[in-house]
Design a protein around this ligand. Structure first.
Ligand SMILES: Cc1cc2nc3c(=O)[nH]c(=O)nc-3n(C[C@H](O)[C@H](O)[C@H](O)COP(=O)(O)OP(=O)(O)OC[C@H]3O[C@@H](n4cnc5c(N)ncnc54)[C@H](O)[C@@H]3O)c2cc1C
Length: 401
């Protein structure tokens, strides 16, 4: 029941959104646009930084490229949502409070939890101490600084997933003086169709990236990485991109989480243990017909929009709708002028169609640039943010799965 119902219409219903990444921003803007001007709802967004982190471009930051200054408070200014800069240190899901690192305690009636994820630096010994990551702008800038001072030597990229591929390619293109080695359990682009995978492999070769697949990194040392089997590869710099982990705050708050610490949601994206908490983006374990969604921007933004629309429905005494999402592409940049875009079925399996080369690079850039312009558009036309593929039979109840 909303606080409005308990205490009368004079007291606004307080919606607190934690995290202004791709999903949290989508939730904040969508909700603010839908309740702007209403006195009975107050929307507040909390985030560690005032500047929006374009996580999709952190491999560019890591190679010294300047990104646009995207100010969260500026975007929210006329949107009807408040902004609190600060680091969330605790959530009390029973008392409905959130503690910020400056000592402030914020209260809520509805919470949207969107704290995202970071690189997994704990699964492999030595990563935390000796490897760089792309978890934040600061991390990426540290790497950029190191690479700029390294005039020769070897950069090992651990993890051959999409972030590892994009990073290895970007570093090789920007720093041709360095040897770049990409290590992973599977072949780069393993989930793509054979043509796209072959293109990706030859593009990495053209950039001078040495690929070692089917290897397991078991330890990161100050000047090398150690593989299962005992081989070690000398490394002046190690960038770790393998796996992600989420903040322990949700589990500590007593919210039901999965084995990776992500908040388990019902079909409407509410916490199964605390329905006044919505979980979105990488921090949520959201089940669809094809399985639990994996962290992406393409799926994260729709979760934020859906949570906002659901909150408005619940405030109006209606039931929130079921969230449905189907993947449609896997775009991978290969430096600034090349890319592969694998089109996918809703369950993320590859279709036959893919793009390569400059056209793919332009497509990828369009995708990467689109969130901020989407937020701007949503401020005026919230409904414009509600278009995404619902996944058809792949996400229909009783469908394929
Ligand atoms: C280099 C790179 C390239 C990628 N490329 C793609 C791609 O091409 N396509 C794609 O779909 N996905 C891509 N991803 C994945 C994508 O970035 C994530 O899935 C997406 O960012 C998740 O969005 P989110 O809103 O859940 O979390 P995030 O974007 O991580 O946002 C979380 C926000 O919460 C803040 N925060 C976290 N903890 C706290 C705290 N305790 N207190 C206050 N604030 C906090 C963070 O500072 C951040 O602003 C890429 C990731 C990387 C690293």
């Amino acid at each position: 029941m909303s606080r409005q119902h308990r205490a009368g219409p004079a007291i606004p219903h307080r919606v607190l959104i934690l995290g202004a990444g791709y999903a949290g921003m989508a939730a904040a803007i969508q909700l603010a646009a839908r309740v702007n001007g209403r006195k009975d709802v107050r929307v507040t967004l909390v985030n560690a930084q005032e500047r929006f982190t374009e996580r999709l471009r952190l491999h560019m930051t890591a190679t010294g490229q300047q990104l646009a200054e995207l100010s969260i408070p500026e975007l929210l200014e006329d949107a009807g949502a408040g902004f609190v800069p600060g680091w969330v240190t605790a959530v009390d899901a029973d008392a409905r409070t959130v503690r910020i690192d400056d000592g402030r305690v914020l209260t809520y009636d509805t919470l949207v939890y969107a704290l995202g994820s970071v690189a997994d630096t704990v699964a492999v010994p030595g990563v935390e101490e000796h490897a760089y990551t792309l978890s934040s702008v600061q991390d990426a800038e540290l790497l950029a600084d190191r690479l700029a001072r390294l005039h020769s030597g070897t950069v090992v990229v651990g993890g051959s997933g999409l972030t590892g591929i994009e990073s290895a390619a970007e570093i090789a293109e920007r720093h041709p003086e360095l040897n770049v080695v990409l290590l992973g359990r599977s072949e780069p682009g393993a989930t793509m169709n054979p043509g796209a995978r072959a293109y990706l492999r030859s593009a990495l070769g053209r950039l001078g990236v040495r690929v070692r697949s089917e290897v397991e990194v078991v330890k990161v040392l100050p000047d090398a990485v150690e593989l299962a089997g005992g081989e070690s590869i000398a490394a002046d710099v190690v960038l770790w991109t393998s796996g992600t982990r989420v903040s322990p705050l949700a589990a500590a708050a007593g919210l039901t989480v999965d084995e990776r610490g992500r908040i388990v949601t019902d079909a409407a994206l509410r916490s199964v243990s605390h329905p006044e908490v919505y979980a979105v983006g990488d921090a949520a374990a959201i089940r669809q017909g094809y399985g639990v969604m994996h962290g992406t921007c393409q799926g994260g933004m729709p979760t934020g929009v859906h949570a906002a629309v659901s909150i408005v429905r619940v405030l109006a005494g209606k039931r929130p709708g079921r969230f449905r999402f189907g993947y449609y592409h896997t775009p991978v940049s290969l430096g600034r002028h090349d890319a592969v875009v694998q089109f996918t079925r809703p369950d993320d399996s590859p279709r036959r169609m893919y793009l390569t080369g400059r056209m793919a690079a332009r497509y990828k850039e369009m995708v990467t640039a689109s969130p901020w312009s989407t937020y701007r558009r949503m401020k005026k036309m919230p409904a414009s943010g509600a278009f995404w593929p619902r996944g058809g039979r792949f996400t229909r109840v009783g469908g394929v799965g």
